[in-house]
Design a protein around this ligand. Structure first.
Ligand code: GA4
Length: 327
């Protein structure tokens, strides 16, 4: 449970809760229904967001990781904070990023870039084994595969080749992908005030693609093209896919990286697990020529994932970051 201190609480924004508008029309791709697959391109263009059902990942994978995650978050604060100060396995509480963003959330962030530093990476696996057993690595392997399947379906539907043109970025052994476990503790006091405490403020994900799974608690909202916010009904049996900034650039703005946020108002705790599929640091991010029509101009200057990441990690959550690379 997150311990309150008034000065900290004052730094977390309140979001008014007039009419929580649930989005009924979230595009849904059913892996068992081939005729739903072509929807995937429209979903990335219109929403930058969709849901995958009948994905084939056994629910046991999600249940095991959720159980271990709750076990970890129910440790005392000093126990969680002592963990891993100098490793790629980091615990955070209310502070998000390095620019003063705050949210009603505690989390673990895990770098999946194994080649970053072999010493750190072997420590990392020892730490993971001790804390989570195999639930974490099994889950990550399954969602990485799902992310690649989705990216390959996208290539098929965009009629570009090779079909691993996007997924190879995640399969690269130097891929800079990360994994995040978020716990939004219940916050009943704020319900009476008819407002929500921000759990995770609005932002887009900088990577190529994100695969999100949560327990059955509300909180996630996405921003539609007209700027309005809609709540996403939770579905613990499905995965939500989010287009990231890098995929927006690779498609020269055809796909939209979706702005989203999480409100923490619930009487129940919300737990989410997100895989962020990223390229290698040295990888160039630029619109794919095969996706450009004749005479179509690139909207972006060429940059590497390392250059983009440097800007991202110096920014605040809500900042527009791609503007630095627009032509
Ligand atoms: C948003 C997506 C991922 O959760 C994340 C976040 C990162 C962090 O939590 O450290 C950032 C945020 C995210 C974008 C702007 C910067 C960096 C917090 C923040 C204020 C891990 C990522 O890659 O970018």
């Amino acid at each position: 449970m997150v311990v309150l201190s008034i000065p900290t609480l004052e730094q977390i924004s309140l979001i008014s809760n007039d009419k929580p508008n649930f989005c009924s029309g979230i595009p849904t791709i059913d892996f068992m229904k081939p005729d739903s697959i072509p929807l995937i391109v429209k979903a990335c263009e219109e929403f930058g967001f969709f849901k995958v059902i009948n994905h084939g990942i056994p629910s046991e994978f999600m249940d095991r990781l959720e159980g271990d995650t709750m076990k970890f978050f129910s440790l005392s604060l000093p126990e969680k904070e002592k963990s891993y100060p100098d490793s790629s396995f980091c615990y955070g509480n209310k502070k998000i990023g390095s620019h003063g963003d705050m949210g009603w959330v505690e989390y673990i962030l895990l770098s999946l870039n194994e080649n970053f530093d072999s010493q750190r990476s072997s420590d990392l696996y020892r730490e993971i084994k001790e804390t989570f057993g195999s639930s974490l690595s099994d889950y990550i392997a399954a969602v990485k595969k799902l992310a690649c399947e989705v990216l390959e379906l996208l290539a098929d539907e965009l009629k570009i080749q090779p079909r691993n043109i996007f997924s190879k970025l995640l399969m690269d052994e130097e891929s800079d992908s990360i994994f995040r476990l978020n716990h939004y503790p219940p916050c009943p006091d704020f319900q009476a005030l008819n407002c929500n405490l921000s759990g995770f403020g609005e932002h887009t994900d900088p990577q190529v693609i994100s695969v999100l799974r949560s327990n059955d608690t509300t909180g996630l909202q996405i921003s539609l093209r007209d700027g309005s916010w809609v709540s996403v009904p939770p579905d613990q049996n499905s995965f939500f896919i989010l287009v990231g900034d890098s995929l927006q650039v690779l498609t020269n703005g055809r796909f939209r990286s979706v702005k989203h946020r999480v409100l923490a108002n619930s009487l129940k705790s919300r737990v989410s697990m997100i895989y962020f599929g990223a390229p290698a640091l040295k990888e160039k991010i630029e619109p794919l020529p095969m996706l450009m029509k004749t005479e179509e101009e690139s909207l972006y200057k060429e940059f590497t994932w390392r250059e983009y990441k440097n800007i991202v990690y110096k920014s605040s959550l809500a900042d527009e970051r791609l503007c630095f690379f627009e032509k």
